[in-house]
Design a protein around this ligand. Structure first.
Ligand SMILES: [Zn+2]
Length: 235
C-alpha cells in the first residue's frame, strides 16, 4: 500500500471512529428525549387529576345546593298546607313532614359548609401545585427544544463526515477499501495504530526496540508483533 493510500485509510478510520461516537451520542439523546417525554406526560396527567378532583368537589357542591333547594321547597309546601289543613291528624302528619324537611335542610347546610371548606382548601393546594407543574413543564419543554437542536447539529455533523468519507473513498482503489473493511472485521475500529513512546496504540503493548527504530527511521508501516495491527510512527 502506498503512503498516500495509507494516509487516506487513516482518515477513513478517523471518520469512522467519529461517526461511531456521534451515533452513540444520538442514541443517548434518544433516551433523554424519551425520559423528557415521559416526564411531560406524567406532569400533564397529574394536572388533569387535580382538575378532575376539583371538578368532582364542585359537582358535589352543586348537587348538595340543588338538594337543599328541593328540601326548602318541600318545607315551604308543607308550611303552606299546614295553614289550610283542618283535620287534626293531617296537621300532625304535616308537622312531622315539616320537621323531617327541617332536619334535612339543616344536615344539608352543614354538609355544604364542609364541602365549601374542602373546596376552598383544595383550591389553594391545587393552584399551588398546578403552578409548580406549569413551571416544571416550561423547563422541560425548554430542555426538549435543546435536545432537538443538539440532535439536529449531530445529524448535520454526521452528514458532513459521511460526505467527507465518501470523497476519500472515491480517491482510493477499491482493493484498498476492501483491505480496510476486511481488516476492520479482525481489528475492530483501530486497524492502523500509531506508535507512541514505543507503545502500540492498538494493544497498549511495547514493540521491540529494533522495530521502533525502523519505524522512526523509514516512516514505514509495519505490523505489531503483539496484536497484528498495522503500525506507524509518522506518515
Ligand atoms: Zn499492537
Amino acid at each position: 500500500m502506498k503512503k498516500e493510500e495509507l494516509i487516506s485509510v487513516l482518515k477513513i478510520q478517523e471518520i469512522d471512529q467519529k461517526l461511531k461516537d456521534l451515533e452513540r451520542h444520538l442514541k443517548k439523546l434518544e433516551k433523554e428525549k424519551e425520559s423528557v417525554r415521559v416526564s411531560i406526560e406524567s406532569l400533564k396527567k397529574r394536572a388533569s387529576l387535580i382538575e378532575s378532583k376539583r371538578n368532582s368537589i364542585k359537582k358535589e357542591l352543586r348537587d348538595l345546593r340543588e338538594a337543599l333547594e328541593r328540601e326548602e321547597e318541600l318545607l315551604r309546601k308543607a308550611e303552606e298546607k299546614m295553614k289550610v289543613v283542618r283535620k287534626e291528624h293531617e296537621y300532625r302528619m304535616l308537622l312531622r313532614e315539616k320537621s323531617r324537611h327541617e332536619d334535612s335542610v339543616l344536615k344539608l347546610l352543614y354538609r355544604i359548609e364542609d364541602v365549601e371548606k374542602l373546596l376552598s382548601d383544595y383550591n389553594r393546594e391545587a393552584t399551588e401545585e398546578l403552578n409548580l407543574i406549569k413551571k416544571k413543564l416550561k423547563e422541560i419543554e425548554y430542555e426538549k427544544e435543546e435536545l432537538k437542536k443538539e440532535e439536529e447539529s449531530i445529524k448535520n455533523r454526521i452528514k458532513e463526515l459521511e460526505l467527507e468519507k465518501e470523497k476519500t473513498i472515491n480517491t482510493l482503489n477499491p482493493e484498498v477499501i476492501n483491505f480496510y473493511y476486511e481488516a476492520k472485521k479482525v481489528f475492530g475500529d483501530l486497524i492502523i495504530a500509531k506508535i507512541e513512546e514505543g507503545i502500540c496504540n492498538g494493544c497498549g503493548l511495547k514493540i521491540p526496540n529494533i522495530l521502533f527504530s525502523k519505524l522512526m527511521k523509514h516512516y514505514s508501516v509495519e505490523r505489531c508483533p503483539n496484536c497484528g495491527r498495522y503500525i506507524y510512527y509518522r506518515l
